[in-house]
Each structure stands twice: as C-alpha cells, then as structure tokens.
Write a new protein. Structure first.
Length: 280
C-alpha cells in the first residue's frame, strides 16, 4: 500500500493500480511498441523508475548517463551496476564543455537548471533520432508536477491523476516523457526501491535537507567558474569521504568555505576541516 499522501493527493492506492494506469496510458497513446531511452543518474529515483518500466514489460533501449568533470564516480558506478543487472547498454555523455559555455554570466542559483536543460536537450535529440520515449525519475514533489497538471487541465478540462505518467511535458519538445514515479511521495519511492531489490550507494552529500536529494557538488557553488568548480569538487570529495567513513552527511559550500553536516555537529565539521587543512 502507498502512503496516505499518495492515496489522498494523487488518488493512487498501490503498485497494482499504478501499473494498470501506466499501461492504459501507453495503449491510449499508441506507445506500447515504442522503445524507451532512460535518463539515469545512479540515484534511487531514476533507478526505481527503470526497474518499474522493465517490470511492466516495456522495452528500454538505452540508459543515458550525463557526466561532467566534477561528477561523482559513485554515480557512474551505480549506473554500470544497473546496466549489468538488466543487460541494457549505457551511453555516457560528457557535458563539461557545454556547461562551461552556458554558465557565463549566470547566477549561482541557476546551476542545476542549466545542467538539467543541457541534459534534457541532449536526451531529446537521442530520443527523436530513435523515435523513442524518454524515461525520468521525477517524483511527486518535482516542479514538473505543476506543469503536468496544467497540461492535463487543458487536455481534459481537469487533472486526471491516472494520466500523469505519460505526457508531452515540456510541450516545447513535442515528445513523450514517461515519469512512472510522478505521483509517488518520497516514502513510496523508497518502498518500491526495496521491492525491486535496489541497493543504491549514497555519496553522503547533504543535498536537499528534507529528502536527502543528492546531486553533484556544483549545487554548492557560490560562484560559477572553472576554478571554483575545481576547488568545490576537491573539498566535497574529501568531505563526503569523511562522511561515509563516519556515517553522516556532509557538503561544502564555496566561496567562502562553509561546511554543512547532517546531523549538525561541530565534531563532524572538525573532522572534515582537519582533512582539508592537510591540503595546505
């Protein structure tokens, strides 16, 4: 059974209902025979979305994993595990040069949006060449949920929750995006991850404090340039290594250097600072 939030807010009771709704959407849109290009980060959401798609008998042609010079090795390794487990080819695409071009003149708060837009544009190019659907791990509290609801209101005159998983949102791409987790609360994604026996290693970043959403170290940049990124990667590599050793979460914002830990303990920060001093 899914959580109270998912049942009440997204009108979805359990996995059986979700699978039924998804297959009906694929039939309605004549997509049952279409292949899928899966965007996978190596994290819990995209990994669980992939497992669910395969459980439905849908054909995933490629896994696509985007990297840049400051990406975590753990994420790439987790994607390789998925590739080996499910026997699906993975395409690694480096976006470093494109990212460095697009950050010029941008605000630090826009770094994640810039990265996501680059990745989405490239995934769409691949999917259109292959006449495929794009799979993502977006879940209920992602901003795209609002755009999907507006799309459904225009199409049906109301939000039909059982039509949320397969839509042409963002509409500018004119291609289907498949988001099997888009109605699920965080705790329900964790239930499905366990159900599909997915053991995802954590980087041990702080990320989103509410949901422990890990991404990459660039989200902690207070300035957008190559030199800052290099330092940020080094500082966060050390911080997360210490965090994994002692089982807490840590990230470093820069510049100026600010250590964040969960739990918020001075002893944890001092462990990291001690290692950082060794760089001098």
């Amino acid at each position: 059974m899914f959580s109270k939030w998912t049942k009440e807010k997204r009108k979805l009771n359990n996995l059986k209902e979700l699978k039924r709704d998804i297959l009906e959407q694929f039939k309605e849109n004549n997509c049952l025979n279409k292949k899928i290009v899966a965007m996978v980060s190596g994290g819990k959401d995209s990994s669980t979305a992939l497992a669910l798609a395969l459980d439905l008998g849908l054909e995933v042609k490629y896994l696509v994993h985007f990297t840049h010079r400051w990406s975590w090795d753990i994420c790439k390794e987790e994607v390789m595990k998925l590739s080996d487990r499910f026997g699906i080819e993975v395409k690694f695409i480096d976006i470093t040069e494109e990212l460095l071009k697009r950050i010029k003149g941008a605000k630090p708060s826009s770094i994640c949006r810039i990265c996501k837009n680059i990745m989405k544009d490239k995934a769409v190019d691949i999917a259109k060449r292959e006449d495929s659907i794009i799979l993502t791990g977006d879940s209920a509290l992602e901003k795209v949920s609002g755009a999907i609801m507006n799309y459904l209101r225009r199409k049906y005159g109301e939000v039909k929750y059982n039509k949320m998983e397969l839509t042409k949102v963002p509409e500018k791409y004119n291609i289907f995006f498949f988001r099997p987790l888009i109605r699920l609360a965080y705790e329900d994604v964790l239930k499905l991850m366990k159900y599909y026996n997915l053991n995802i290693r954590r980087v041990h970043e702080v990320g989103d404090k509410k949901f422990w959403r890990e991404g990459c170290c660039l989200q902690y940049a207070k300035k957008l340039d190559e030199e800052t990124f290099n330092k940020l990667y080094l500082y966060n590599k050390i911080a997360t290594e210490v965090a994994r050793e002692h089982n807490f979460r840590a990230s470093v914002k820069y510049p100026p250097l600010e250590i964040i830990t969960v739990p918020n303990k001075e002893e944890y920060k001092e462990l990291i600072m001690k290692r950082l001093r060794e760089l001098e």
